[in-house]
Design a protein around this ligand. Structure first.
Ligand code: LRY
Length: 228
C-alpha cells in the first residue's frame, strides 16, 4: 500500500500512537514495538509512529494501518532522521511516511530541508512529515514541500517554552494560518481531554506517545502523585 496525499484524508480527526522505547530500556526490541503498535491499532489507532529501521520493518509486518517511521540519531540538536541518508533508509524499511527534523537548523549533511524533502520524494514513495518546533519552522517546511506538519519539536528546539501539556497556542497559530498541509499535534498530549483540545485547536490528527506506550513514565506519574 502506498499512502498518497489524498489518502491522508482517512486520518482526519484520528489518533496516531507513537510506540517508542529508549536505548537501554527493557522494551527496546523491534518485536515488542510491533506488538505494542498492533495493540494500539486494536484500540483504534488509525496509524502508528515508530523509531528505528528494524522497528519500522517489524511494525509494517504487524499492522495494516499507515506507519510513520523515523530514525533518531543522537539526542540533541538535529537528531530526528537528521539527513537524507537516514530518511531514505527509513523509507526503504517500509515507512509510508518518513518523519524528519523539520526545523530551520543546519542539518548534519548540510542539505537544506527542501533538498532533503525533494530527495525523499524523488527516491521513494514515502510522504514526508516535518517535525517542527515553531510557527516559522512550519511555514518554512510547507514551502520546502513537506506533506505533513507536526508540532513534535515544540519545546525541544529552543524556539518555544516546554509547556506541561500540548503547545495549544502553537497549534492554534499554525492552524489559523491555513498553511494548506495537514497539521499533526504531537508532544506531551497526556490525557484524552488534551487530545480533544488539540483537535479543537485546529489539529488535523493527534499523535500520543508516552501516555499510551511508555510504562516507565506512566508509572512514574502515578508514583509522583502518591508520594506528595
Ligand atoms: C522530542 C522527541 O524526541 N520526540 C519523539 C519523537 O518521535 C518521541 O520521543 C515522543 O515520544 C513523540 O514525539 C510523542 O510525544 P509524547 O511522547 O510526548 O506523546
Amino acid at each position: 500500500m502506498i499512502l498518497t496525499p489524498d489518502g491522508l484524508e482517512a486520518l482526519r480527526s484520528q489518533l496516531i500512537v507513537s510506540c517508542q522505547a529508549y536505548p537501554g530500556e527493557p522494551m527496546r526490541d523491534p518485536r515488542t514495538t510491533s506488538q505494542v503498535a498492533a495493540s494500539a491499532v486494536i484500540g483504534g489507532a488509525a496509524a502508528v509512529r515508530v523509531q528505528g529501521l528494524a522497528d519500522v520493518q517489524f511494525t509494517r509486518a504487524a499492522v495494516e494501518v499507515p506507519v510513520i517511521g523515523l530514525w533518531k540519531d543522537g539526542h540533541d540538536g538535529v537528531f530526528i532522521t537528521p539527513t537524507l541518508r537516514h530518511a531514505l533508509a527509513v523509507a526503504n524499511a517500509g515507512a509510508h511516511v518518513v518523519a524528519i527534523d523539520g526545523t530551520r537548523r543546519t542539518r548534519p549533511d548540510g542539505l537544506t530541508l527542501k533538498r532533503t524533502i525533494d530527495g525523499i520524494h524523488a527516491e521513494s514513495h514515502a510522504l514526508v512529515m516535518a517535525d517542527c518546533g515553531s510557527y516559522a519552522d512550519a511555514a518554512a517546511a510547507v514551502d520546502a514541500g513537506a506533506d505533513l506538519i507536526g508540532t513534535t519539536l515544540a519545546g525541544y528546539s529552543g524556539d518555544r517554552p516546554k509547556t506541561d501539556g500540548p503547545d495549544l497556542e502553537l497549534l492554534a497559530e499554525i492552524a489559523g494560518a491555513g498553511l494548506g498541509k495537514p497539521l499533526i499535534a504531537e508532544g506531551r498530549i497526556h490525557t484524552p481531554a488534551q487530545a480533544r483540545q488539540a483537535l479543537d485547536a485546529g489539529a488535523f490528527v493527534v499523535v500520543v506517545g508516552t501516555a499510551i506506550t511508555h510504562p516507565a513514565s506512566i508509572t512514574g506519574w502515578f508514583k509522583g502523585a502518591m508520594d506528595t
